[in-house]
Write a new protein. Structure first.
Length: 115
């Protein structure tokens, strides 16, 4: 993808194993925020997305302490923040606030990311 301000390069693995998340993050240039899709087994903050049409036995937030919020199109009871799937403004606001809290609580992580 490209625009007047940035471009993206996609890499084909061609049979190579999928790189670990830590390897992929090392390849990124300095970023203020990295949004990751997938890697649900990693110990990173997660926004769980759940749709009524997706049939699965158990939602992640019930057993994964790294889920920090849920976006869904069904009514769920949780102590975590729950957003409607189409409430983009609220979800984006939460993601930014959460990232700012992490940065404030973990300056070491921010310094490491700036290298």
């Amino acid at each position: 993808m490209t625009s007047s301000r940035r471009w993206v390069l996609m890499h084909e693995l061609r049979g190579e194993p999928e790189p670990a998340l830590s390897e992929l993050l090392e390849r990124l240039s300095h970023c203020d925020l990295v949004l990751i899709e997938g890697f649900k087994r990693e110990e990173i903050p997660k926004l769980e997305v759940h749709r009524a049409a997706n049939v699965r036995a158990e939602l992640l937030f019930r057993h994964d302490p790294h889920v920090v919020a849920i976006a869904t199109d069904v009514g769920l009871e949780s102590k975590l923040p729950v957003f409607g799937l189409n409430d983009i403004e609220a979800i984006a606001g939460f993601v930014l606030e959460h990232a700012e809290r992490i940065a404030a609580l973990s300056p070491r992580l921010v310094r490491r990311a700036q290298r």
